[in-house]
Structure formats: structure tokens, C-alpha cells
Design a protein around this ligand. Structure first.
Ligand SMILES: C[S@@+](CC[C@H](N)C(=O)[O-])C[C@H]1O[C@@H](n2cnc3c(N)ncnc32)[C@H](O)[C@@H]1O
Length: 268
């Protein structure tokens, strides 16, 4: 089948392709065979994503990082709600295999949600929400009788700051307790978006610069910092080929570059 996506929905084809390229490689990070199968079924010029086996780890290692944090949360909260914001065609539900006590909601724009429903068979406990994450309406239908993990990978930078903050505040107000986990770009990541080929080619715009945890702690009452890791300092980065690690070492010396991309984790 052919797909025709523009703007931020198109960017999930790049992350999907990165996971597909990684699957089955001898040193595979995620071994996401679902991504590989979906890529095989979509008629698309995958080379236009600009993803190659060389740069795929920058995506797959990020996903592995959030899989790990997700697993940690689910180990502590076997009865939980997971809200996976801007999920794209990511197979996290299948990779982490939550137990029966978990209700998992994959949220993305209707055109992406329709693709999800087409490529992923219905599984008990896994629900798809076809909506913009910034639409306040859908959250009212998510059960709020359990701790919630709200996770957004490759999402916050596409939101306008006011919309992103409002979303996080709504989530914190809705659930009795839980965690927020997401990655973010600082001011430099937003300013340098012209250099991000995936973003540029999709015609999307990055808006929300999060410069550190204080931006969230100050604007989203009720949050408590659990972990904050600049990507260049994460365990993830250590697993990349030497050329990336060298680049990381250089970036760490440039003001603003060290925190260009960061992983955030809060309790609420
Ligand atoms: C870079 S992709 C990441 C996809 C997935 N999280 C992954 O890591 O493979 C960004 C995703 O965010 C989604 N997205 C961006 N803004 C959104 C919004 N306001 N509402 C719902 N989804 C949104 C896009 O449709 C796309 O699927």
C-alpha cells in the first residue's frame, strides 16, 4: 500500500524505517521485526527519509532508552494506564509486553491512527486514539483509576509551548499519580532545525524548546524530577559507533550543544 503523509506525521516514517533497518542486524538494538514487516508492506521511497544503517542508531537507541524506562514503571505498577503520545507506528506495546493489568493507549493524528489500525491487529489492552494530543477532549475517555505512564518520544518539539504545557498540566490533573517521560530539544535544537533532514523534508516546524527540567517543574505544578539526561551523556550514546561518541565529546564543549537533546522523567 502507498502512504502519503506530510508534516510531523511523515516523520514517523523515518523513525519506523530506522527500526526496520536495525531489525535483524547482528548487533540489533531493538530487533523490532514489526517495524521491518510494516516497512515491507508500505510502498514508499524509503531512501527519501535520509535514514541509513549509519544514522539509524540515533533513533533505535532513543527507543531502547524509553523501553527501559517504560519497563521500570510497569514493573513497579503492574496495574497501570499507559498513554503513548505521538506513537506513530512504533511497536512499544509489543516490545515491552505489558501484563494483563495494563491498559495502553496509542495516541496520534487520525491519519497515523488509521495506519496503526491497519498494520497492528487488535490486541487486548491496546487501544488506539485518533486525535491530536493537544485536543483536550480525548483524555476524558482514558480511565483514571490507576497510576499512569504518559510517554512522548519525538513529540514535544513539534508542539507549541503553550499547547505542550497545557497537555502536561491536563495529564497531571487527570490521573491520581504516575510518570511523565519524554525527550526534548533545547533552544539550539529548535534553532538548528534546518539541519535536521527528517524535519526539513517533512515540511514540519519545531517550536517548543525545553532547556532543562526547571522549565517543566516551574510550568507544570505537581511534577517532581526523577531523571534528566542530556542525550550525549546517556548510556545510549555510549553504545553508538566511535564517530558519534567523538561528535558527542565535541558537542559537549559547545555552549548550548550539550543539552540540545535530552531525556526527561518526572513523577506526579
Ligand atoms: C518523530 S515521530 C515519532 C513517532 C514515534 N514516537 C517513534 O518514536 O517512532 C513524531 C510523531 O508525533 C506525532 N505528532 C506530532 N504532533 C502531534 C499532535 N499534535 N498530536 C498527535 N500526534 C502528533 C506525529 O504524527 C508523529 O507520528
Amino acid at each position: 500500500m502507498r502512504v502519503d503523509l506530510h508534516g510531523s506525521p511523515q516523520t514517523m516514517l523515518a523513525t519506523l524505517y530506522a527500526k526496520a533497518l536495525d531489525a535483524g542486524a547482528p548487533d540489533s538494538v531493538l530487533n523490532d521485526t514489526w517495524a521491518r514487516d510494516i516497512v515491507d508492506r508500505i510502498d514508499y521511497d524509503w531512501s527519501s527519509t535520509t535514514i541509513t544503517t549509519r544514522n539509524a542508531p540515533s533513533v533505535t537507541l532513543r527507543s531502547a532508552h524509553f523501553d527501559f524506562w517504560t519497563e521500570q514503571f510497569l514493573a513497579a505498577h503492574p496495574r497501570a494506564v499507559v498513554v503513548h503520545l505521538g506513537c506513530g507506528l512504533d511497536s512499544r506495546f509489543l516490545r515491552v509486553q505489558p501484563g494483563d493489568g495494563v491498559d495502553w493507549y496509542d495516541v496520534d493524528y487520525p491519519q497515523v491512527a488509521a495506519l496503526r489500525e491497519r498494520f497492528y491487529p487488535v490486541r487486548p489492552g491496546n487501544h488506539v486514539v485518533a486525535a491530536s494530543v493537544t485536543d483536550p477532549a480525548w483524555l476524558a475517555d482514558i480511565p483514571n483509576d490507576r497510576p499512569a505512564l504518559v510517554i512522548g518520544e519525538g513529540l514535544t518539539m513539534y508542539l507549541r509551548e503553550a499547547d505542550g504545557v497545557a497537555l502536561l498540566r491536563r495529564v497531571v490533573d487527570r490521573f491520581p499519580s504516575g510518570e511523565l517521560q519524554f525527550d526534548a530539544f533545547n533552544w539550539l535544537g529548535i534553532k538548528a532545525q534546518w539541519s535536521n533532514a527528517v524535519v526539513r523534508r517533512s515540511g514540519s516546524t519545531l517550536y517548543w524548546a525545553i532547556n532543562g527540567p526547571e522549565d517543566i517543574l516551574e510550568s507544570v505544578p505537581g511534577t517532581r524530577l526523577l531523571q534528566w539526561v542530556p542525550v550525549f551523556e546517556s548510556d545510549v550514546f555510549d553504545r553508538l559507533p566511535g564517530v558519534y561518541r567523538m561528535m558527542g565529546a565535541v558537542m559537549n564543549r559547545i555552549p548550548g550543544a550539550r543539552t540540545m537533546s535530552q531525556f526527561h522523567r518526572y513523577a506526579f
